[in-house]
Design a protein. Structure first.
Lengths: 230, 230
């Protein structure tokens, strides 16, 4: 599976969050495409990137309840009518569409009655409308809230969740998580020289927890089945 | 009352709709500010325009379910945190905030189950969120749908409705309409040389219809009152 991240941030080199996510995105079959770095948008080239991908992600900090203008400029230029839905052809049909939104405020502020009064889901409607028009499959939003308040451990957890959002099969079910962690552990054991001990530990923790959960689930299911057979 | 229109359209000289609205906007106390024409945004100057206005309107064609990137760039530059809500001061508090949105599709397409599946109200959420944050009063959206299909008469009606949206007291009640049409007729009779006969006719029609409506309403109210007294 190929993943394309369309990143928008006008001062990305000063953004700790984006730099951190950039490090996390260095995975096989993941392409990082920072729109503000493009000097002159080559429409065909950008459209090719989209066509080649199986999962397309727009990633940006929330600026006035939307993406920075750089992303809108990219959209207005690259997403020509014919490329999205013209001539009854849908080049992006069935690809997955995700959003990675970083916020300075905690997520709980984005709801009726809270400081922001609108949910991220409501605010992201224009992006979902594009994905709908292109007949893409919409993934839940991945939110990075208040990155600078996070401890190192929280950051490591965020990194793994982010990598899962980029590369794990969806929906984000227990079974799909399990498969992803297994594969990740295999890769790391093959490549033990470069593996960060911390992240191996975290992944192992996560993996073992999931395994326990799965076992418990299996036990419960067996019990129910036995009872039913009584 | 002063009205400021922040207009965004990357090719405004080729837009029949925007040129038409531009002609309509030539009224006393109405400022037309086309953001794509600004070479280098002077933040203080733009903020002063906003501070001076009583009614602020964002006007644009719907590009991918939002405004063109030029407007977002203007927002991201001009609407600094402190200007909108910082330091517990709200420079735009109680001003009115309106949206003039032009669409290539009919308005009925913007609803669940129709071609676009999202209402303009939903799509405009990010703009309303800004207005809310600034403690502004939100006006209903003024939509211009499929301008090129309109007959000359429909265009004249649109022009008058647009001018009312720019300058009439809100809410858009019968009483406020009445006052606006009376004032407009007075102005036109004073300035009869330049008055377009067609628009005088239309305004008179509108005015007389309203007067009839008002009279009927009065009659009905009187009848109800009489019956109650029986």
């Amino acid at each position: 599976m190929k993943t394309l991240i369309i990143v928008s941030h006008p001062e990305i080199e000063n953004s700790q969050t984006q730099q951190f996510l950039y490090q996390g995105s260095k995975l096989d079959n993941v392409t990082w495409n920072h729109v503000e770095e493009i000097n002159e948008i080559n429409i065909k080239q950008e459209q090719q990137l989209l066509t080649d991908a199986d999962r397309i992600i727009f990633q940006f900090p929330l600026y006035w309840y939307s993406a920075p203008s750089g992303l809108k400029n990219w959209e207005d230029t690259v997403l020509t009518r014919n490329f999205i839905y013209g001539d009854k052809s849908f080049p992006l049909e069935d690809k997955e569409f995700g959003l990675v939104v970083t916020t300075g405020l905690p997520l709980k502020d984005y709801q009726k009655g809270a400081a922001e009064n609108y949910s991220l889901d409501e605010l992201m409607t224009p992006f979902r409308a594009i994905a709908d028009k292109a007949k893409m499959k919409i993934l839940p939003i991945f939110t990075v809230q208040q990155f600078w308040y996070k401890t190192e451990l929280m950051q490591m957890e965020l990194l793994i969740d982010y990598q899962r959002y980029l590369t794990q099969d969806m929906p984000d079910s227990l079974a799909n998580k399990q498969i992803w962690f297994e594969k990740k552990l295999q890769e790391m054991s093959l490549d033990s020289d470069t593996a960060d001990e911390r992240s191996v530990e975290l992944i192992l923790d996560n993996f073992l927890n999931r395994t326990e959960e799965l076992e418990q689930l299996n036990d419960t299911l067996s019990m129910i089945k036995e009872n039913e057979e009584d």
